[in-house]
Design a protein around this ligand. Structure first.
Ligand SMILES: [Zn+2]
Ligand SMILES: [Zn+2]
Length: 253
């Protein structure tokens, strides 16, 4: 089951222009970031969210020579087996190189050329999930290739490319290299934590940047209260492990 992080959840900027429809492709091409990815990413899903936002900002501000109307990738996959919605299925990506975008959807793995360079099982499962999703929803064909197939680039880096060339097999470990929300700590009113930001984004708060859980803040507190009421949970405004679990299940359904 694919665990999608919606564009609203990761705080995507709206596209600045129309995206070209795409009915089907021959398959997918796998990419890496090409830069340094902090090893911290493995234990902090907020690093993933920030990185995807950075990539979108770079693409839309002309970091790839022209200003893209949106992030160039179809989807992005993090070490926690989450699939961030980029342009999505049914839309032409802008990442494979000139003339090569209609042939394959573009899947970015949050792996770098330094720091975090070896894809973990969460990433591998996530890429498999993304491929199945793009086949089902976007008419992706059977091919699984790397950016360097057909274009002169180091992308997607040695370790990831080895795995792609081997047919991108699902790891033997059970799926779920991630499910980060389930492992996130309880949040109490008054807490200051980066996970407050994760919660704000997940609940669709207006302010998606503050790390402070202010119980007098009508924005977050009201959303927490409404969520807990809806699911019949007790414990006032404390955001418990059970709350994270429910949020997780809702996201993956
Ligand atoms: Zn690439
Ligand atoms: Zn993550």
């Amino acid at each position: 089951m694919v665990e999608i992080v919606s564009r609203r959840e990761w705080g995507a900027a709206a596209p600045t222009g129309a995206l070209t429809p795409l009915a089907r492709t021959r398959g997918v091409k796998v990419h890496y970031t090409g830069g340094r990815v902090s090893p911290e990413i493995v234990r902090d899903h907020d690093v993933c969210v920030q990185l995807v936002r950075d990539v979108q900002r770079m693409h839309m501000s002309g970091g790839r020579e022209t200003r893209y109307v949106d992030i160039g990738y179809s989807v992005c996959v993090c070490p926690h087996q989450r699939v961030f919605m980029g342009r999505g299925p049914g839309r032409l990506p802008a990442a494979n190189g000139p003339g090569l975008n209609a042939g394959h959807y573009a899947v970015l793995a949050l792996v770098g050329n330094s720091g975090f360079t070896e894809p973990n099982d969460g990433i591998k499962h996530g890429i498999r999930d993304a491929i199945e999703y793009l086949r089902r929803e976007g008419g992706a064909g059977p091919e699984i290739k790397g950016h360097r197939d057909g274009y002169a680039t180091s992308c997607p880096g040695g370790p990831l490319y080895e795995w792609v060339k081997a047919g991108a097999p699902r790891p033997k470990t059970s799926s779920g290299g991630g499910a980060p929300a389930a492992r996130l700590p309880e949040l109490r009113p008054g807490d200051t934590s980066p996970h407050v930001v994760t919660l704000r984004r997940a609940l669709g708060a207006a302010d998606t940047t503050s790390k402070k859980y202010d119980p007098t803040d009508p924005d977050l507190a009201a959303l927490v209260e409404a969520f807990k009421n809806r699911h019949g949970l007790k414990g006032g405004l404390v955001w418990t492990a059970e709350c994270w679990d429910i949020l997780n299940e809702r996201r993956s359904s």
